[in-house]
Ligand binder design. Structure first.
Ligand SMILES: [Zn+2]
Ligand SMILES: [Zn+2]
Length: 157
């Protein structure tokens, strides 16, 4: 019997790459670097490159050889949602559950939150703008400081 990845884990791994790219380019950096992504996801640079090529084929990223990679609008949409979910969960863990958390402890849940759940959680938490680590939380349709006309979940934080 061969080893096959379930659809779900492929989806999660794609989402983790897109999330890493988002985080990497959050601070005014235009292109994410292969080495940074490899360190961040704890995988080898050749595997990163291989995955990026797949993501480029699916039009999630634009990969510029030897220069770096950036998210397309399609990629940003997914990455922004995952980053938002992740950081909302961090805020909840701290504010509601009063647990000390690190970046990895909520990892996983963010892949399984639908938009309504995320917006309900965001509303419950009073639409936090930053996670406990100080990173910006992408705004959602529920957030009062956003008009739904301006690409609700796509705004660069
Ligand atoms: Zn955080
Ligand atoms: Zn909100």
């Amino acid at each position: 019997m061969g080893v096959t990845l379930s659809k779900k884990s492929v989806k999660e791994s794609i989402e983790n790459y897109l999330k890493a790219l988002w985080v990497s380019t959050e601070k005014d950096q235009d292109l994410a670097q292969i080495k940074w992504i490899a360190d961040h996801l704890k995988i080898t640079p050749p595997s990163v490159v291989e995955m990026l090529k797949k993501l480029e084929k699916e039009k999630y990223v634009v990969y510029k050889l030897r220069r770096g990679v950036r998210l397309t609008d399609k990629g940003r949409k997914i990455a922004g949602r995952i980053v938002r979910n992740h950081r909302l969960m961090e805020v909840m863990a701290k504010k509601v559950l009063h647990t000390g958390i690190d970046h990895e402890s909520v990892c996983g849940i963010e892949h399984h939150m639908d938009k309504d759940f995320a917006n309900a959680l965001c509303t419950l938490l009073d639409h936090p703008k930053r996670c406990p680590h100080g990173y910006p939380i992408p705004r959602g349709e529920c957030c009062p400081d956003i008009t739904t006309k301006v690409r609700p979940t796509l705004l660069k934080p």
